[in-house]
Design a binder for this molecule. Structure first.
Ligand code: GDP
Length: 365
């Protein structure tokens, strides 16, 4: 399963946020595919469509979909001494599919900042630089070998050499791989290098609990937004402390607390949704009398693979997918009405599953 890693300097609020994630956490029993590991928190994906489908279909049970956040500790020692990061930290980042970089924007004299003052950009750059240096090493190791082959008129090597040289140049100017422009063909080769700085990233600006409502005027948040815009990265503003309080509440209580705070949605819910999309994930639904359920798939997969997410038998014996889009189903009001309007399609094995599809798989056993 795809996972997003939470990184950040010490004392920025990572643990507080990660605790909120595990507090709010999903029952792992519902999600057997998920890892049981103290550094992994399973979150349910908030999705208003699931509530609407439940109203329409009135099933016995409704099950949201879920995915995982991984808490990546370990930057502490190396970074605070100005040394490189431990190999362990880097290898943990290597294993995640996207990065949520928590940045301290809250002021609190009682909580030491590792470099003395709250300076979000310098914090971001401290971590990013370590990742860039690790990537520089990866590329430098490879480039010598590839250059030799390229000189021997090896065409593929020549193509790769150009890519490596471009990356090396970027890393030497302290730029991450994600801002370097490549063609789609080249990107495939870049992907094969498994670089740390080509992983998708979003920044989490952790503001003080009293700054949440006026976060747009917060100087530190503004700086983070500016920095992120250069990388075309998203910024989510949260107060980790408030999130840990929200995470203890459920249902009506949670709604009331959010109203009191004056925010429509918890920061954690925003973070979950943004990370889900950062990972390239999307949701399809199954809607039967027994159960209405959301399923996570990686964008770009075809119907049989999507069926395989439910059960491998569904993929092996796939015949077709009876599909209606969420919007069409809600417009029609019932599955029967959608069928009468011709909105229910019979899709075959080459169908690219879309976010919001409501699917009934037909298969041979
Ligand atoms: P980590 O080292 O990045 O995991 O940071 P922690 O989550 O342990 O937080 C460090 C300290 O900052 C703790 O004492 C937290 O209570 C405090 N902290 C975290 N978020 C906030 C916040 O939004 N406001 C304030 N005032 N303190 C916070």
């Amino acid at each position: 399963a795809l996972t997003a890693g939470i990184v950040g300097l010490p004392n920025v609020g990572k643990s507080t946020l990660f605790n909120a994630i595990t507090q709010a956490g999903a029952e792992s029993a519902n999600y057997p595919f998920c890892t049981i590991d103290p550094n992994v928190g399973i979150v349910e994906v908030p999705d208003y469509r699931l509530g609407k489908l439940t109203e329409l279909v009135k099933p016995k049970k409704t099950v949201p979909t879920a995915f995982e956040f991984t808490d990546i500790a370990g930057i502490v020692k190396g970074a605070s001494k100005g040394e490189g990061l431990g190999n362990q930290f880097l290898s943990h980042i290597r294993q995640v599919d996207a990065i949520c970089h928590v940045v301290r924007c809250f002021q609190d004299e009682n909580i030491t900042h590792v470099s003395g003052t709250v300076d979000p950009i310098s914090d971001i750059e401290t971590i990013n630089l370590e990742l860039i240096l690790a990537d520089l090493e990866t590329v430098t190791k490879r480039i010598g070998r590839v250059e030799k082959l390229a000189k021997q008129k090896d065409k593929e090597a020549a193509i790769e050499y150009d890519i490596l040289a471009k990356l090396q140049h970027a890393f030497e100017s302290e730029k991450p791989a994600r801002v370097v422009e490549f063609s789609d063909e080249q990107l495939k080769i870049v992907k094969g290098l498994h670089l740390l700085t080509s992983k998708p990233i979003l920044y989490v600006a952790n503001v003080g609990e009293d700054e949440l409502l006026d976060a747009d005027n917060n100087e530190n948040v503004k700086k983070v937004r500016e920095f992120a815009a250069n990388e075309e990265a998203e910024v989510i503003v949260i107060s980790a402390k408030v999130e840990s309080e929200i995470a203890e509440l459920e249902g009506e209580e949670k709604v009331e607390f959010l109203e009191e705070l004056g925010i429509p949605e918890s920061g954690l819910d925003q973070l979950i949704k943004a990370t889900y999309s950062l990972l390239g994930l999307a949701t399809y639904f199954t809607a039967g009398e027994q159960e209405v359920r959301a399923w996570t798939f990686k964008k770009g997969i075809k119907a049989p693979q999507a069926a395989g997410i439910i059960h491998s038998d569904f993929e092996r014996g796939f015949i077709r997918a009876e599909t209606v889009s969420y919007d069409d189903l809600v417009d029609a009001g019932t599955m029967g009405a959608a069928r009468e309007k011709g909105k229910v399609r019979l899709e075959g094995k080459d169908y690219l599953v879309q976010d919001g599809d409501v699917i009934h798989f037909r298969f041979n056993v």
